[in-house]
Every structure is written in C-alpha cells, then in structure tokens.
Design a protein around this ligand. Structure first.
Ligand SMILES: N=CN[C@@H](CCC(=O)O)C(=O)O
Ligand SMILES: [Zn+2]
Length: 428
C-alpha cells in the first residue's frame, strides 16, 4: 500500500547496496550479488522502505507524494544497516591481563582450565549490579552503532546461576527497550561449567535443563538458546541434551561448534536443526555438508581467530563453495574478541577468510539477519522492510575493508530515524 507521504528521502547516493534478491539466506555465487545501484536513492515512510534503487526510478515511484525531509548523501556508499549476529554484549569487567598470558604461550582453554577466561568474567558479572551491567553494555552498544550496527544479538552466559543469568537477560531486555539498536536475546547458561560445579558437569547440565531454561522461557527473556560445545566445556551429548530441552520449550537453537577441536559440533547443529553454528574453525567436510543439507547458517568470527592467534581461520571459501550460507560477526566479548567493530571484521574476513567485499557485506546484512531469525524484516533495502541504513564515507564497497582500523560511518538511520550523523551520536 502506498503511503500518504515520504518521511525521508535519501538521495545523491554514490553506490547503493540494496541486497535485493530472493528471500532466504544467500549461498554460493548468490553471495556476490549485492544488488548494486550507482546513483541511487531510498524513500522511507513510517520507518519502512518505500522504494530503493536508481534515483530517477525512486523519484518516479514517489511522484506526487509530499516529502517531509531530504538527506543528501553527497555521493556516499549506502548499505543496509549492519547486523551483528553473535555477541556477548552484557558482562562485567575486562580481561586485558590475558594479553600477556597469551604472549607467554597460554592457550584460551589453558586459561579457562585455570579458572580464568570466561570464569573470571563470571565473577565480575556476578559482582556487578544490573545498573552497572546496563551502563557498560550501553557504551559498547553506542560504539557498535557508531560503527554501523543496527541490530545485534546478545547472549547471556556470564551468570551461570539462575539469578545471575536472569540478571544479564534483563539488562539485554532493558537495552532493547531503551537503545535505538534492536537486540535479539540468546540464553547461554551452558557457556562454561561454573567453578562451584567443577567435576560435576552433569549436575550443572541438569540445572540448565530443569531450572534455567523453563524460567527463562516463562519470563520471555530469550528467543534463542546457545551452548559452548567444546572439549573441556560441554560434550556433544551434553550439548544435545540441552538443545533438545530448549527445542521442546520452543527456543530457536544456536551452537558454538568446532571452534578449537573437531568434536562434531557442525553435525550436531545440523541434527538439532540449529538456525546457525558459530566459529567452526575445526569443522570437517562432513560437518559442513551436514550443515548445508540442514540449512544451518555458518557464523564466522575472524576477529576471534585473529585475537586468539589461531593457526588457521574458519574455512569460509569451502563453506561458500559447498553452499553453506555464511554470516559474519564481531563475537564481541571481553576475552576472545574484545572489539565492537564490524568494520574490523570486514577487513579480517577479506584478508584471513578470503571473502570478497561483496560476500562480506552479504554476510553482515541479509545472511546475518537470517542467522537471528530476522531475515524477513531487515538485512536488505527492499519495500516493506525496516528502514535501517548506513552511509559510509567511501566511494565503493572495497574501500571500507581496505582502509582498515578507522571508522568510515557518517550516518546511521534506524527505523527511518537518523541516529548517527557526521559520525556522532544524535541526542534524543
Ligand atoms: N567460545 C566461547 N565463548 C566466547 C568467548 C567468551 C569469553 O572468552 O569470555 C566466544 O564465542 O568466543
Ligand atoms: Zn561466542
């Protein structure tokens, strides 16, 4: 239905990336087709896209409608709002001490086994008040938005008691209600076995299944459930039991799979019907094939493998050739990936994962949107979808990952509202 007026017309766009195309996550060669238009415009009404494409076509389509406000893009690159589908946004403390431990040769799992790593963030998160957690996460969310993110997934998993998990999830809900960025909430009580259950992981799994999952569901605090399936954390059988219980309760499923050891996490994600499997550095060919056949999206996290100085990175090229849809994310967290910048991830995905700039933007928009169950609302600039857009100070797509380490975002539009302008946050 045609609106009565246009609230915002973004015009004089140098290069417009619409990501238009068939519904569904993009795979294989489709990931290179970004619906690119030179000399574009986007018309917005009621927070939604009315038209996006060549400026002459958009103007013809909205001819006769009053235009409330225009925004001259001055030849900038415009893409759909970036979607970050895997973060551990809400947490207490920070772990810069691990930088030196890594330099001394300790691995991620060594640090965790000594009671550090995730478990040190658990202590800091338990000690923090809800307001402290909110303030800290809000600052990170501001940075994410300044760097182009308009929708972000956020996991719990640093509480590891029912009350502390609920505390983290309530902070996510409050951020979603108060911040322009939309949050998608994931319960990850099975992120580590807490110290008080050391050597008794079966009992902790029981707690997650019998107490945490039903209460999180009852309070409607999370849409997805995720598990860290890894040697020394949760086994394939434990992960399967948690995912099965979550599925029964109606949660969507995600899995931290085959990050460090090839345990068969990718196969488990396929077996359980997970919407996405994350990390996947050690996933086997069989695992990738199983994911392709089951339609599981691979969420690759190159900032994590970079920061952990992993010997190799996720096999994004093999995934794309195999027909597995690939998404990208910061994995923002205080240990393995302390960065909010999806633009840094773009560079790392090009250089370490061998992805083209077109594949990268597909992985951070439409495929990332499908990885969090939002593919029908965001991730592309097509009529009817939410008007989430980013204007980059760049003349083409490759320039952003090429000129790395700085922020190229000029303007962010969220649901039709300008929330970042001139690279700065707009006050309410
Ligand atoms: N690998 C497990 N969990 C997080 C790291 C969390 C942390 O180190 O605090 C990840 O996805 O990288
Ligand atoms: Zn993670």
């Amino acid at each position: 239905m045609k609106p009565e007026r246009i609230d915002l017309l973004v015009h004089n766009i140098g290069v417009l990336v619409t990501m238009g195309g068939r519904p569904g996550p993009r795979r294989g060669r489709e990931m290179s087709d970004v619906g690119l238009v030179t000399g574009g415009a986007v018309a917005i009404a009621d927070g939604k896209i009315v038209a996006a494409g060549a400026e002459a076509d958009v103007r013809a389509e909205i001819a006769g409608l009053p235009v409330e406000r225009t925004l001259d893009a001055e030849g900038r690159l415009v893409t759909p709002g970036l979607v970050d589908p895997h973060t551990h946004l809400v947490h207490g403390g920070s772990r810069e001490n691990e930088l030196v431990l890594k330099q001394k040769g300790l691995s991620y799992l060594d640090i965790l086994a000594q009671g550090g790593g995730i478990l040190s963030t658990v202590r800091a998160t338990r000690a923090a008040t809800e307001d402290e957690l909110y303030e800290k996460a809000r600052k990170s969310l501001d940075i994410m938005m300044l760097y182009g993110a308009t929708t972000v997934e956020a996991k719990s998993g640093y509480g590891l008691t029912l009350e502390d998990e609920l505390k983290q999830l309530r902070v996510t809900r409050r951020l979603d209600e108060t911040h322009p960025v939309d949050l998608v909430s994931t319960f990850m009580g099975a992120h580590a076995v807490p110290s008080e259950y050391k050597g008794r992981s079966a009992e902790y799994v029981k707690l997650v299944i019998e107490e945490m999952l039903p209460e999180v569901k009852r309070q409607g605090l999370a849409e997805f459930c995720d598990v860290f399936c890894e040697h020394g954390v949760f086994s394939v059988d434990e992960s399967r039991a948690i995912l099965a219980a979550a599925k029964e309760l109606g949660f969507g499923l995600k899995l931290h799979a085959d990050e460090i050891e090839p345990l068969g996490g990718a196969q488990l994600a396929a077996e359980m019907g997970c919407i996405s499997a994350e990390h996947l550095l050690a996933a086997t060919d069989e695992g990738l094939k199983a994911m392709r056949d089951a339609g599981v999206i691979a969420v690759c996290l190159p900032a994590t493998s970079f920061n952990l100085r992993a010997k190799s990175h996720a096999r994004a090229r093999d995934m794309i050739e195999e027909g597995v849809p690939v998404a990208l994310s910061t994995d923002y967290n205080p240990g393995s990936s302390p960065t909010e910048s999806l633009q840094l991830v773009m560079t790392l995905a090009c250089l370490h994962l061998g992805m083209s700039p077109e594949e990268v933007i597909t992985a951070m928009t439409i495929n990332a949107a499908y990885a969090i169950g939002r593919g029908d609302q965001i991730g592309s600039l097509v009529p009817g979808k939410q008007a989430d857009l980013v204007l980059f100070n760049a003349e083409n797509l490759a320039y952003v990952p090429y000129h790395f380490g700085i922020n190229h975002v000029d303007t962010v539009i969220k649901k039709g509202r300008v929330v970042v302008a001139g690279g700065r946050l707009m006050e309410d």
